[in-house]
Design a protein around this ligand. Structure first.
Ligand code: HEM
Length: 442
């Protein structure tokens, strides 16, 4: 047993590792995995030593069996200033369990099914803006669509001036200057001029809108809708939520649920449009309602092109695994991304090959797109329903082609890995605008 020492990793100076990690995290992680195996240590400025782990057994122990010995909130603390103290991302133990129970109901699959009609109309409205033969970047279109779904279906906001302001403010709010996240010392107002002061002004504006919405809905006694705000405001007993807690939940959902879904959708099209035989099969599956195949195509795109590679965890007590005794305070990167790209678990792991997920699914130990254990993604059902609905609606009305055949580079943007050209496509044919030529350009 190795006491006190950490697994080997690249011997490069920390600043070089940090640059490689920041510029090309997937390449960096894969190169380390090829060289050192499924357990290695990277040294990243601002974080110190991070132990990467991507064995199915190690991941299962951290997320499930030994989860009590790992702090997820400590690993998320760099965004506490955005999501707030009551956020699920900041909660552990009993408080976390209670908050999850409260949020579970509106995000449950049965409830989310009720959002589909509104989602379809939001996507159709977006598609009407796509002129035939034009080039568009799907990522920015999907960001608009998923924000709209979040505000109108998930939050139930109908006030048009609030929606208009949030459409402008939320993308700016979430485009946080990385300096603020990585360097807590930069969180100073500098006479109202620096990035922190600008962020604070934006946050105050968004908060004002959210609190106004909550106050109005509370005063009206909720409106018995199926959205998160209505359902949470209707809770009495010990599960009643305060305005501040509800605000923290809504901002958390915006922070973790909106751009992830938009980016994953962009990657789906980036991959599928470059694999014409799979595209044909997905179009047929949408026509026949074979959603199992569509899900397989989505899952495979999440496997080869994840929006984030790792989940952060910090040990509370000594943790013994793989011949090491990791001391308390050890920072782990639970690398779902590397697990999914491991050549030991997946044949030709770099290929986009839908049949590995269809008709049989891979074992859940080898593929965990939404994590696992007590912090498993609470929006998994919503994300899948939303991606299916958006993909289905687009493929029913529009024929798209890649703007170029070369794969788009994986490019880090904040905590997200996005297609470098934003999934640039050509609109080959748009039957929705051709049938209904009265679309309104913006
Ligand atoms: C394709 C899109 C998405 C992916 C790949 C994804 C993935 C994940 C993963 C891997 C986690 C686990 C984090 C951890 O264990 O530390 C997570 C947590 C979470 N996700 Fe998602 N997510 C997606 C969309 C959504 C959506 C649409 C929502 C809700 C609107 C959402 C809400 C959450 C919440 C609230 C948590 C924290 C759960 C907790 O800490 O108890 N996610 N997500």
């Amino acid at each position: 047993m190795n006491h006190g020492s950490l697994p080997p990793g690249p011997p490069l100076p920390a600043f070089l590792q940090t640059i490689m990690w920041a510029v090309a995290p997937t390449k960096f992680g894969k190169a380390c995995m090829d060289r050192y195996g499924s357990l290695f240590t990277a040294r990243i400025l601002g974080f110190g030593s991070i132990v990467y782990i991507c064995t199915p057994d190690g991941i299962r122990r951290i997320l499930r069996d030994d989860a009590d010995n790992f702090d997820a909130a400590a690993a998320n603390k760099s965004i506490r200033f955005l999501v707030g103290d009551h956020s699920l991302l900041m909660s552990e133990g009993a408080a976390h369990t209670r908050r999850r129970r409260v949020l579970m109901r509106p995000l449950h699959g049965d409830n989310v099914a009720g959002y589909v009609e509104l989602m379809e109309s939001i996507v159709e409205q977006e598609i009407r803006r796509w002129a035939g033969k034009s080039r568009i970047r799907l990522l920015e279109r999907f960001q608009r669509v998923t924000l709209e779904v979040m505000m109108r279906a998930v939050f139930g906001i109908t006030d048009s001036s609030r929606l208009d302001r949030l459409r402008v403010l939320v993308p700016r709010l979430l485009d946080i200057n990385p300096l603020i996240i990585l360097l807590p010392a930069s969180r100073r107002r500098f006479g109202g001029l620096g990035p922190w002061a600008a962020f604070q002004r934006l946050l105050a504006e968004v908060d004002e809108i959210i609190f106004a919405e909550i106050a109005e809905r509370r005063a009206a006694g909720g409106h018995q809708g199926a959205d998160v705000v209505s359902i949470l405001l209707a809770r009495s007993d010990e599960d009643a939520v305060s305005d501040q807690e509800l605000r923290d939940h809504l901002v958390t959902l915006l922070a973790v649920g909106q751009e992830t879904t938009a980016t994953q959708l962009a990657w789906f099209f980036e991959r599928v449009l470059r694999t014409p035989d799979v595209l044909d099969r997905v179009v047929t599956a949408v026509g026949t309602g074979d959603w199992k195949f569509v899900d397989a195509a989505i899952h495979e795109s999440v496997r080869v092109r994840p929006t984030t590679m790792d989940l952060g965890r910090v040990t509370k007590q000594v943790w013994q695994a793989h011949g090491y005794a990791f001391p308390p305070g050890t920072m782990f990167a639970v690398s779902l991304g590397l697990l999914h790209l491991s050549p030991d678990l997946h044949e030709r792991p770099g290929d986009y090959s839908v049949d590995r997920f269809y008709p049989a699914e891979p074992p859940s130990t080898h593929f965990l797109p939404f994590g696992g254990g007590s912090h498993r993604c609470l929006g998994a059902s919503l994300a899948m329903v939303e991606m299916r609905t958006i993909i289905g609606t687009i493929l029913r009305h529009v024929r798209l082609g890649p703007a170029r055949w070369r794969a788009e580079r994986i490019s880090p943007k904040g905590p997200m890995l996005v297609p470098a050209r934003g999934t640039e496509v050509v609109v080959v044919e748009n039957r929705l605008t051709e049938r209904e030529p009265a679309w309104t350009a913006r």
